[in-house]
Structure formats: structure tokens, C-alpha cells
Design a protein around this ligand. Structure first.
Ligand SMILES: [Zn+2]
Ligand SMILES: [Zn+2]
Length: 116
């Protein structure tokens, strides 16, 4: 939970495992444990699953304010963005009502841009 709360954005189970195993080569944490904890977190309402790409589920704390994500096309990491887009309602055809929305930005993160 703490690892997810301090993350720059939602993380997948494999990313979380890599982060938790950092500097602990013989750590006993397995991917099954991660999946179990994540599932439990969602059931308890502490985590939410976000699916930014089909088939790739990431997790983030449930208590974050409304926000959107940036997905790096190079390293596939997801980052939280602050705030929202205004005037989305202006895009609606006449007579339509918006009940929720998703905004996903794609591009290269700072690390990947530095790497060239
Ligand atoms: Zn990147
Ligand atoms: Zn929004």
C-alpha cells in the first residue's frame, strides 16, 4: 500500500513486485502474494484498478482526487496528472449528457526523453 501511495502513478503487479524487490535480491515476495494483496486492497476499497491499456491492469490508492494519466510509449510506465480538462461538455452532441470521462495522454516521459 505504501509503495503504491508513494508511486508517481498507478502500477501493475509486476511493476510493484520489481519495486518491492529492489535491493532485496532474495526477497521472499512472490507475484502471487502481490496479486492477493492487490485484490484484497480493491475488495476493501483501499485500491482501485485502472485499465489504461487493454489487458494491463494497474492499481492506485482509492482516495486520490479526480485526475488523469500519462502513459509513456517507451517504458510503459503510467504517471498521474494533476487536474482535469475543462469544457469537455462542449464536445457533446446536442441532447447528450456526460456521466463520467477518461482522459489518457500518450507520449515520452522525462527519463525516456533524456535517454534520447
Ligand atoms: Zn518512459
Ligand atoms: Zn477529469
Amino acid at each position: 500500500m505504501a509503495a503504491l501511495a508513494s508511486a508517481q502513478g498507478p502500477m501493475s503487479a509486476t511493476e510493484l513486485l520489481a519495486k518491492l524487490s529492489e535491493g532485496k535480491p532474495d526477497s521472499a515476495i512472490g507475484i502471487a502474494t502481490i496479486y492477493r494483496s492487490l485484490k484484497l486492497g480493491v475488495e476493501e476499497g483501499r485500491l482501485v484498478a485502472v485499465e489504461l491499456e487493454s489487458g494491463a491492469v494497474r492499481y492506485e490508492p482509492a482516495d486520490l482526487e479526480h485526475h488523469h494519466h500519462f502513459l509513456c510509449v517507451e517504458c510503459s510506465r503510467a504517471f498521474d496528472l494533476k487536474g482535469c480538462v475543462s469544457d469537455l461538455e462542449d464536445l457533446l452532441p446536442a441532447g447528450f449528457e456526460m456521466t463520467s470521462h477518461e482522459v489518457l495522454l500518450h507520449g515520452k516521459c522525462q527519463d525516456c526523453r533524456r535517454a534520447g
